[in-house]
Write a protein that binds this ligand. Structure first.
Ligand SMILES: [Zn+2]
Length: 202
């Protein structure tokens, strides 16, 4: 069952070529031009083994570092995204101002600006899914001096953090990302979807 699932889930090789190789055939043509994989390739739905993603370690590293150094302030998904994009931070309260001052002095502040919001919103969920970062529900003091508690999801180091720094956790980025894409309306939905998906997995 597992073998079959793996076989049919693998879209990197022609079905006939894979089957014949599995049964010991040596001179197997790479493509049969008839199976679903070969057809999908012909339609341009699958590239010829060329990766459509690239390693995003340099970018992911910046997100992870920002989360670590600003952890004491409480870093949420939206805060981290805004930090990476270099967005102006709120300065309504004393703690906001302290956070903004600390955040804006980090070299990673705004470092992913040209990558765009959409890409950053793809990277953070990946870091969560792969447990490089984790989400923890915390209670913040509400506006009325602690009477109303606000539940927030804060980011912190996840179980795979050490493996991430050893580059054992692949974080990737789709290659076709429009630079400077800041479509707020569209990506707010995506962000919500991604978050809902993550919550349901916890
Ligand atoms: Zn084929």
């Amino acid at each position: 069952m597992d073998v079959a699932a793996r076989f049919f889930g693998d879209y990197s090789r022609c079905r006939h070529a894979a089957l014949r190789t599995h049964f010991g055939d040596k001179n197997v043509p790479k493509e049969c031009h008839a199976c679903d994989v070969c057809c999908a390739r012909r339609l341009g739905l699958i590239g010829y083994g060329r990766p459509r993603t690239r390693d995003a370690f340099p970018e992911a590293q910046k997100l992870v570092h920002l989360t670590s150094v600003l952890h004491g302030h409480g870093v949420t998904f939206v805060r981290l995204r805004n930090l990476a994009l270099g967005r102006q931070l709120p300065t309504n309260s004393v703690s906001d101002r302290l956070f903004a001052a600390d955040a804006e002095s980090q070299p990673e502040f705004g470092a992913l600006k040209c990558l765009g919001q959409r890409a950053v919103e793809k990277l953070i969920p990946q870091l969560l899914q792969k447990q490089v970062l984790s989400l923890n529900r915390c209670l913040n003091n509400g506006p009325r001096n602690g009477k109303a508690k606000l539940a927030v999801q804060r980011l912190s180091a996840g179980r795979a953090m050490h493996r991430f720094w050893r580059r054992d956790v692949p974080i990737t980025l789709e290659v076709c990302v429009a630079p400077g894409d800041t479509d707020d309306a569209g990506s707010a939905d995506e962000l919500t979807q991604d978050l809902e998906q993550l919550m349901s997995q916890c």
